[in-house]
Design a protein around this ligand. Structure first.
Ligand SMILES: C[S@@+](CC[C@H](N)C(=O)[O-])C[C@H]1O[C@@H](n2cnc3c(N)ncnc32)[C@H](O)[C@@H]1O
Length: 276
């Protein structure tokens, strides 16, 4: 499979390793993984594992026994993950999930959270690729946001228009998918997965004062994604700089109401054949 954008991760910046570490919430991850069917003793792949914090937390859910392999195509984050979390049963590999992964064996459980949204054009092909390294009867769990960064009240009109324009630009020119979440069910359906289950809830639900981690995550998101987008922000005379100031003022105001739905989708590969 080819993905011309695969090496241009939209959120790449000096801050990305830190951002991923700070925003990973252990309780949420454990709830999602248990819902999907993770169990002690499983061999697990964490695809797009970032700095390895998710891999480390998932490992706790497969003890006693169990083995986990974290895959990410960022050398920096894999180095960080190896430094902090590597052990006899936690391995990290720098690999591109768009390419063949046939050399890393088969898995009982494959975890893919917040990865497909960066691959709008090839997300289905990535899931098909991962299906090849899932054992018969194994579980895949796909998790992504939906209507990403588009739900804010009561934001100034120019800010609403610029956010819509920005997301459209990312969708068109950067292979980003603000609607990744709603597509996950169809992927597992089309690949003939069994026992498919779906859940939907708020990943972000912001009203009142925010904690420092959410402020850092969102201000960094706005800055990095907006700058890398190439969008001209012509809703504002001052272009990006004015957009950024107006966004911060809105976002830091405790009257603001912002939410993002997350969609979780899991399915089981049939025992008697390979889906797809
Ligand atoms: C938003 S982070 C998600 C981290 C983690 N899964 C989580 O739930 O917090 C996306 C990660 O996917 C990685 N990534 C993006 N495209 C990839 C690809 N084609 N193959 C492997 N990793 C990829 C990025 O380097 C980044 O670390």
């Amino acid at each position: 499979m080819t993905d011309m954008f695969a090496y241009n991760y939209l959120m790449e910046s000096d801050q990305e390793t830190l951002r991923l570490k700070l925003k990973t919430d252990r309780a949420t991850l454990e709830k999602q993984a248990k819902w999907a069917g993770i169990k002690p003793g499983m061999r697990v792949a964490d695809i797009g594992c970032g700095a390895g914090k998710t891999t480390f937390y998932l490992k706790k859910l497969i003890e006693p026994g169990g083995e986990i392999v974290g895959i990410d195509n960022s050398k920096i984050r894999i180095k960080d993950a190896n430094h902090n979390f590597k052990s006899d049963s936690i391995h990290f590999l720098c690999k591109n999930a768009c390419n063949s992964l046939d050399d890393i064996g088969e898995f009982d459980f494959i975890w893919v959270r917040f990865l497909l949204e960066y691959h709008r054009l090839t997300s289905f092909e990535i899931v098909r690729n991962l299906t090849k390294i899932l054992k018969p009867g194994g579980i895949i769990c796909l998790i992504d946001l939906d209507h990403n960064c588009l739900n804010h009240f009561e934001a100034p009109e120019a800010l609403i228009r610029s956010l819509a324009g920005l997301m459209n630009e990312l969708e068109t020119n950067k292979n980003f998918d603000p609607y990744a979440g709603r597509k996950l069910y169809s992927y597992l359906y089309d690949l003939n997965f069994e026992n498919i289950d779906v859940d939907l809830y708020a990943h972000h639900l912001f009203y009142g004062e925010l904690n420092q981690s959410n402020i850092f995550n969102w201000i960094t998101k706005a800055e990095v994604a907006a700058k890398q987008s190439g969008y001209d922000f012509n809703e504002f005379k001052g272009g990006f700089n004015e957009f950024y100031e107006v966004f911060k003022e809105f976002f830091l105001n405790p009257r603001r109401f912002t939410y993002t739905p997350v969609i979780t989708c899991r399915g089981r590969k049939s025992l008697n054949g390979s889906p797809g």
